[in-house]
Design a binder for this molecule. Structure first.
Ligand SMILES: Nc1ncnc2c1ncn2[C@@H]1O[C@H](COP(=O)(O)OP(=O)(O)OP(=O)(O)O)[C@@H](O)[C@H]1O
Ligand SMILES: [Mg+2]
Length: 508
């Protein structure tokens, strides 16, 4: 049979990085082909070559059996190849519709933009995605998850025969993932070939037909998804067996309380939330997306105002109105939106790590101590396994997951007593995940109070000493960590709607 796309012997080098070593890959019509590998394995690079963004150094590529060399995204689009990038590439100042049909806007006479046609066409694509969104909405007002869906709509507007999805679900909740999978199945039925990249292992069984594994830029194997155990796929990815040991939960019930939150409220998003976290404790926050967990974190961190409520740090009420004040009070927040709040992508790894605490690296004459900065950056590069040729590499040149590790390094360096991590392992590969868990446990063991917000239940359950569950802005319960609590317990609280509110208000 002829493949929709076939790639053989693909080589790609960047300065200091041999990103792809004689890699092969092929795609059949109507299949979902998962591309797996650890952060920096070369997945995005291979797909950027397929979609004409990067030129390969050598190797061959065929579409429908004919040799091709797409020399740009347009050329790839003409071959029917579309890509949804790992990094969102929307124009924030434009509307959803203007983004979806950018460069191809319907025009009236004299080249005037035909707004109604633009919005109608976009509305049709949104409808096919079951996405309830006004095409005229400015992109900047949308959550990351919804921006991701706009990105998907944009790719579909080209009617691709090959659709590459680079971590499309990293920011989506379960309901949105289910919707996306429906779209993928529809595309499959139409004969579209889909390349699917994700670090969420459970998705592989749900959606993939075949799996190709890369490790360290090299092709490892292509296997059938249905009859290959996940443990085997993980082993191929990391080159060794990954064992997850159950952590022992320390008894912190007698430790001093580090953070107290009393009756926190903000509009409908946060309703009368109270909890505390003790020194040395990891408090997990579970809930469906939109339950208000990020909102609680943002208020505590001074990124959003509150209507009511009190925040008490080490027994002292604090009046936090800005993130700066939060850091002064010893509270750190690793936001879920890394790109906007976390990283200076045009600066080096070293500068990004050091930026969090420049004071630490200035001598008494106010001069930056580059040697100390370098040593610290290298320490974190090693500890977190950041894959980079050196600490002087610009962050924008790192793979997505490795950029995330740099943000985490920044916060680890800040001397905060209370650290809030919002989706700390999103986009992080399975090997590095356990390294990050170990780091969080270390921080707790040092006496810090840790809050972890995560949409992945196994992660919350694995890490938390106690689990706070939210639903529609309310804290519906706090469960013990460890074996005592099951996913069902959490889901019950996560879906426990306040019946007094149902119907009385316009939900969602
Ligand atoms: N433009 C570039 N310049 C220099 N190095 C690059 C560039 N693009 C990628 N790399 C490097 O090539 C390697 C492969 O990166 P790639 O983005 O393909 O990884 P990935 O498998 O997609 O990882 P992740 O799961 O973290 O997204 C990494 O070491 C990365 O730092
Ligand atoms: Mg990538």
């Amino acid at each position: 049979m002829t493949y929709l796309v076939e790639m053989t012997g693909i080589e790609k080098r960047f300065p200091g990085v041999h990103a792809l070593k004689a890699v092969q890959f092929n795609l059949r019509p109507g299949e979902v082909h998962a591309l797996m590998g650890e952060n920096g394995a070369g997945k995005s690079t291979l797909m950027k070559i397929m979609s004409g963004i990067y030129a390969r150094d050598s190797g061959e590529m065929f579409v429908d059996g004919k040799q091709v060399t797409p020399d740009g995204p347009r050329a790839a689009q003409d071959l029917g190849i579309g890509i949804i990038h790992q990094e969102l590439s929307l124009m924030n100042d434009l509307t959803a519709a203007q983004n979806v049909l950018i460069g191809r806007e319907p025009r009236r006479s004299f080249g005037r933009l035909d707004e109604p046609a633009l919005n109608k066409k976009t509305a049709e694509i949104f409808a096919s995605l079951n996405l309830a969104m006004d095409p005229r909405t400015p992109v900047s007002t949308q959550t990351i998850a919804r921006q991701q869906l706009i990105e998907i709509a944009k790719a579909l507007s080209y009617n691709p025969r090959v659709l590459i999805m680079d971590e499309p679900t990293a920011a989506l909740n379960d309901a949105e993932i289910t919707e996306l999978f429906k779209v993928i199945r529809k595309l499959k039925a139409d004969g579209v070939g889909i390349v699917y990249i994700s670090h969420r292992m459970d998705e592989i069984k749900r959606i993939a037909d075949r799996v190709t594994i890369l490790r360290d830029g090299a092709y490892i194997d292509t296997v059938d998804a249905a009859d290959t155990p996940l443990s085997r796929i993980i082993q191929l990815m990391v080159g060794r067996e990954v064992t997850q040991s159950a952590p022992t939960i320390p008894d912190t019930s007698q430790s001093p309380v580090a953070l107290e939150v009393r009756n926190l409220s903000r509009g409908k998003e946060v309703r009368d939330v109270s909890f505390d976290v003790r020194q040395g404790e990891i408090l997990g926050f579970a809930g469906l997306m939109g339950a208000g967990r990020t909102e609680v974190a943002r208020i505590i961190f001074g990124a959003d105002p509150r209507d009511a409520g009190e925040i008490i740090v080490h027994g002292q009420p604090v009046n936090i109105r800005t993130p700066h004040a939060a850091v002064e009070a010893g509270i750190g927040y690793l936001s879920e939106d890394r790109k906007h709040f976390g990283l200076a992508v045009d600066m080096t790894v070293r500068a990004n790590v050091a930026m969090a605490h420049l004071g630490q690296f200035t001598n008494r004459f106010g001069v930056l101590d580059e040697g100390a900065m370098k040593a610290t950056a290298i320490k974190y590069i090693d500890q977190l396994g950041v894959r980079t040729p050196s600490d002087m590499q610009d962050v924008r040149l790192l793979s997505g997951g490795n950029q995330q590790k740099v943000v985490i390094a920044k916060w680890l360096l800040r001397d905060c007593d209370v650290l809030i991590f919002d989706e700390p392992t999103r986009g992080i590969d399975i090997g590095a995940k356990s390294e990050i868990y170990a780091l969080l446990e270390d921080l707790a063991a040092q006496g810090r109070a840790i809050i972890v917000i995560s949409s992945e239940l196994p992660e919350v359950m694995r890490l938390s000493h106690r689990i706070a569950v939210m639903c529609e802005g309310r804290l519906t319960g706090i469960l013990p960590g460890g074996e005592a609590t099951t996913q069902e317990h959490i889901m019950e609280l996560a879906t426990q709607r306040d019946t007094a509110l149902v119907g009385a208000e316009d939900h969602l």
